[in-house]
Design a protein around this ligand. Sequence first.
Ligand SMILES: Nc1ncnc2c1ncn2[C@@H]1O[C@H](COP(=O)(O)OP(=O)(O)OP(=O)(O)O)[C@@H](O)[C@H]1O
Ligand SMILES: [Mg+2]
Length: 242
Amino acid sequence: MSAVLETNEVLKVFGGLTAVDHVTLSVQEGEIFGIIGPNGAGKTTFLNSIAGTYVPDGGQVRFLGEDTTGFSSDAMCRRGMARTFQISKPFPKMTALENVMVAATFGNKTIIKNPTALAIEKLAFVEFPMPVHTPAESLNTVQLKRLDLARALASNPRLLLLDELAAGLTTGELGDLMDIIRKIRDSGVTIIMIEHIMRVIMGLCDRLAVIYYGAKIAEGPTIEVAQDPKVAEAYLGKKYDL
Ligand SMILES: Nc1ncnc2c1ncn2[C@@H]1O[C@H](COP(=O)(O)OP(=O)(O)OP(=O)(O)O)[C@@H](O)[C@H]1O
Ligand SMILES: [Mg+2]
């Protein structure tokens, strides 16, 4: 196995708040790597700091063996890092198909000859349940999640970052979404997912990192981390004495 992503002491500070506190971790090719931690712990800020939304205030990011610290989000996307957002952000007036076509056209390293065909293929891959010409603004939560996945996949990523993709879904919908995430991994895409829902974490993640007050307090195989007393304490809201 080789590392797809390695971070070394990544730091992000907002004014007086250290939102990401020297986080070092590495994600191996083919794994589903979970990032968990209480609300406000710094999980999304960490993703933003590796995916080009923010320039880290310290530390390094290596993606596919290249030092990509401080690269822009479109540079990261073209290098093969795609993501979904905690709050879905489609172009509301465009159709589902057009939304995915935008990603296919602008997210790839090489020029895509037939973005329509690529977009249709990705919508089919995520089992998009609506006609592809449905405007994005009329999609419900679960349909939007699938659209988000199709848009991310349209840039043909090597690494996919998912920020609470499962939030707001019913129990039945969760199972279907988990099947699709497994299918994405089986197609050769490494996945980092921020998640709160235990069923999804336990059912999908090979390994976990726990972020607490910006710092990584645990990392390892999912079952081991889930049984770690430090982790239970973080979730109970008690300040853990590092
Ligand atoms: N752009 C910003 N400017 C200032 N502070 C920010 C900014 N973005 C995030 N923060 C703060 O940084 C901390 C970490 O926020 P972040 O959104 O990364 O947490 P999170 O772990 O993703 O939480 P949640 O589970 O609620 O999504 C919080 O205290 C938040 O208020
Ligand atoms: Mg978040």
